[in-house]
Design a protein around this ligand. Structure first.
Ligand code: ADP
Length: 542
């Protein structure tokens, strides 16, 4: 027997309509590329999104047309999020930190027809324009006064001019909730990037999931500042969640240094933020050096790579900011797990709580996960057995855009490429990415554990642990470290710091001190680059 409830499609536009109607007065504050602060309300944003939808129609954008952006977190980018998807087209957020060749490749693969970009990316757009095969319209996200006097881009359009000529009247079309809403490419650390094509349904369900209290816990009383870029997996869904719950949204534009962020946190009363570990390093260093604190920020979501417990501890103990460790990936929209403790665990001593919070956490309802051994058989959830992590759920990809790479699923599950344990309480802990794992004499050594220990040394600014070739053990851990300014920390002192914290055979064989560790387009350490550079380090030393 069928239920008799309404079949209302879950559409991205409904988030905007809801925000306008019920939180119309709520603010959106953006640091513009020009440097000043822009403020308006959800009602004004919704009105401009309707004008933009009309402008897209005038440009010939049709249902399914891919509309690209190269933009920071800002109010115009937000308008594009809603106007493009809301009108049935597909928002494709390009990552401006990639090499121009790669951006061109991705735009071609996606068959982007229109591109909107912040003026900071004019040189990048000029580099790709002569080569991009499908782009027809170029629009600068600025007003007439800031339009470049000269550019190599033919017929460059001005965003504010486009909106000014359009009416605020537009009916958001109603269509199948499985229609594609946005497209995001993986960073392609191995091979060409592949597109994850989200649907309206997956996006709205994911938005419900991230807003839940034990998930990222977003509410109308929050002031949310996503540091994670809107070009990186839709800023983890926060621009959608803000509309769903009516939270004030603060968008930092290109100004992501510690000082700019801290000024914005304090000035706008930010209560919650989100980003990868490397961005918080700059913020913490600034706050520490200037003896500052956080008067309103109470929690921050850290994910994208493992958050070192030392960073968690600094936020918690020195600044009373709760760190919520979360795990996800482009293919999962991105949220898979969040690490909120259960009531019983909140009564544990601080150290035990910290150990739990360093895990990547529990699945949010909707995502199902398991770990499997090399034979594909499920491993026990005992917190010890480590195996490849597989997931499934309504916001997990079933295939890549245009079928790239063939069928990725194994018996209906998506293999994440992460190696993890799951404990009896359901807390998942990533021990490694399968390509980063160190195989010493046939046994696995988890590089993340070793990095966390190195990071807990007060003189270490950044640490990566990689597999280096070894004549006897095949591979052994090699630690690559950036010292804090002024530090004279040496190999022996750092390795002594591992004693008693880890099984002796896990201790890195050597330490290389470097000035900087290369970071990828999403702020993660590029361990493959380090492996290329230092793969033979131990052979040479032997
Ligand atoms: P890529 O880094 O390939 O662009 P994503 O940005 O989608 O892809 O990142 C997904 C990967 O990032 C995960 O598979 C995992 O390896 C890593 N990751 C994400 N969050 C965490 C976390 N909290 N701890 C450890 N690793 C994480």
């Amino acid at each position: 027997m069928l239920g008799s409830m309404m079949q209302q499609p879950l559409l991205v536009s409904s988030l905007l309509t809801h925000a306008e109607r019920h939180h119309g007065e709520q603010e959106i504050v953006s640091r513009r590329v020009e440097g000043d602060l822009h403020r308006y309300t959800f009602a004004q944003m919704a009105s401009r999104a309707r004008r933009l939808a009309n402008a897209l129609g005038a440009l010939g954008v049709k249902p399914g047309t891919r509309v690209a952006t190269l933009a920071w977190n800002g109010h115009r980018h937000l308008e594009l999020y809603y106007a493009v998807s809301g009108s049935g087209a597909v928002l494709h957020t390009l990552n401006p930190r990639l090499h121009p060749d790669q951006v061109t490749w991705i735009a071609d693969d996606a068959e982007d027809e229109v591109i909107f970009f912040d003026l900071s990316f004019l040189p990048l757009v000029e580099a790709i324009a002569p080569r991009a095969r499908t782009l027809r319209h170029y629009i600068a996200l600025t007003d007439r006064a800031h339009m470049p006097a000269q550019t190599r881009i033919p017929n460059l359009l001005c965003y504010e001019d486009l909106l000014a000529t359009q009416l605020d009247r537009f009916e958001w079309p109603v269509f199948d909730e499985n229609t594609a809403s946005s497209l995001c490419y993986t960073s392609g650390t191995t091979g060409n990037p592949k597109g994850a094509l989200y649907s309206h349904r997956s996006t709205v369900l994911h938005t419900y999931a991230i807003a839940l209290p034990d998930s990222l816990s977003c509410s109308a009383r929050d002031v949310i500042l996503p540091v994670v870029p809107m070009f990186h997996v839709n800023a983890w869904g926060l621009p959608y969640a803000a509309c769903m719950v009516g939270a004030k949204l603060v968008l930092p534009g290109p100004f992501l240094d510690g000082k700019s962020l801290h000024t914005l946190f304090e000035g706008e009363g930010v209560t919650m933020s989100a980003g990868v570990p490397t961005v918080w390093q700059g913020l913490l260093a600034h706050v520490e050096a200037n003896n500052l604190g956080f008067s309103t920020m109470r929690r921050t979501v850290i994910g994208g790579s493992a958050c070192p417990p030392a960073m968690m501890q600094a936020f918690q103990e020195r600044y009373d900011v709760d760190v919520l460790h979360a795990w996800g990936m482009t293919e999962i929209s991105p949220l898979g797990t969040a690490c909120t403790l259960k009531p019983r665990q909140l009564r544990l001593p601080a150290q035990a709580q910290l150990a739990l919070k360093s895990k990547q956490g529990r699945v949010v309802f909707g995502v199902d996960m398991k770990i499997v051994g090399e034979d594909g058989r499920e491993l026990p959830r005992d917190g010890r057995a480590a195996g490849e992590l597989l997931v499934r759920g309504p916001w997990v990809v079933s295939r890549y855009f245009k079928g790239a790479g063939g069928d990725p699923l194994v018996d209906g599950w998506f293999p994440t490429g992460d190696v993890a344990t799951i404990d009896a309480d359901g807390f998942m802990q990533i021990t490694d990415r399968s390509k980063d794992v160190i195989k010493s004499g046939g046994e696995w050594i988890g590089s993340i554990d070793l990095e966390n220990i190195a990071m807990s040394h007060p003189e270490v600014a950044m640490a990566a642990c990689i597999a280096a070739r070894h004549p006897k053990w095949d591979e052994r851990p090699l630690l690559v470290v950036v010292r804090k300014p002024g530090s004279t920390l040496d190999r022996e002192a750092l390795l002594a710091h591992f004693e008693g914290r880890i099984a002796k055979w896990w201790t890195p064989d050597d330490v290389v001190f470097v000035d900087a560790i290369p970071l990828g387009a999403t702020g993660k350490m590029l361990k493959n680059k380090l492996r290329e550079q230092f793969a033979d380090h131990l052979l040479q030393a032997a």
